[in-house]
Write a protein that binds this ligand. Sequence first.
Ligand code: CU
Length: 336
Amino acid sequence: MRACAVRGSFFASLGLSACSSVQSALAPEGDTARAILQLFWFFTAVCAAVWLIVMVLMVVAVARRRVAVPDPVLEPDPVQERRIGWIIGGGIAATIAIFVVFTIASFLTNKSFAEPRPHGLIVKVTGHQWWWQVDYEAHEPDQTFQTANEIHIPVGQPVKLDFESPDVIHSFWVPNLAGKQDLIPGRYTSLTIEADKPGIYRGQCAEYCGIQHAHMAMYVVAQTASDFSQWRAQQLKPAQAPNNAELRHGQQVFQSGACAMCHTITGTNAGGQVGPDLTHFGSRMTIAAGTARNSLGNLSGWIADPQRMKPYTRMPPVALTGPDLLAVSHYLESLK
Ligand SMILES: [Cu+2]
């Protein structure tokens, strides 16, 4: 990814660590994020100018202080009174004018991306405490599939995200691509995102939703049209069948244990709906909504004791023997 956005370096020089373009609204990679950044710089510039003018006037006022001032109540100076009136009136008028301009500017920016845009793909995103369910929907049932915490999109195409939340309010925020959108129980909300170029854009739940709110990240993976359709074709397939004794044992452990009551692996008899779909778990980058990188070691650690890696997560520890734990971990990693 891009190392340091030009504007980011300005903040870095101030000692603020906005230098990185990862999960940064200062490094827009899509139209919506760009419009928001423009608005941000406009607001910042106007406010900075106001601040500067006030500071200059204050310094001038202090420097031009007169020692022998006539008492303004006992000896009012009509010329002075009128000047003060103009200055205060002008200040109030300027404040109101700036407010009006700001309101119009933010209204127009909001309107520019709130308008429905033609989109090819619709992805349903459901916020759970504390992970993201991602459903690729289609008219034909055999063209739908489910994944978690990772949304793949083709570049240069508006993609509509339809949001739902069965538990509490969450907020979907991938700052490089767009602004925030709340997911509200009982209400349908949506957001259209678009990425200019291939890349991995990190996002985060932006509305406090419980104790593991900070471990509720997601990644938008923008791909070229051909990479995307390849990924999609792979996700549409049922899970890879185990092809050696250990993987078969791992699948056995998964299906006969508690795992299958909460997780789905299509093509097997695991059909639980409580946790993330694991049909292609091995192809995902992270475990438990960005809490850890997806590696064999982290995965075994997660399955052995999810409450240690992510306290209060809705996945309970399941007692497994060492060989069973290793086998089920190998099996899940094989599900590319
Ligand atoms: Cu949250």
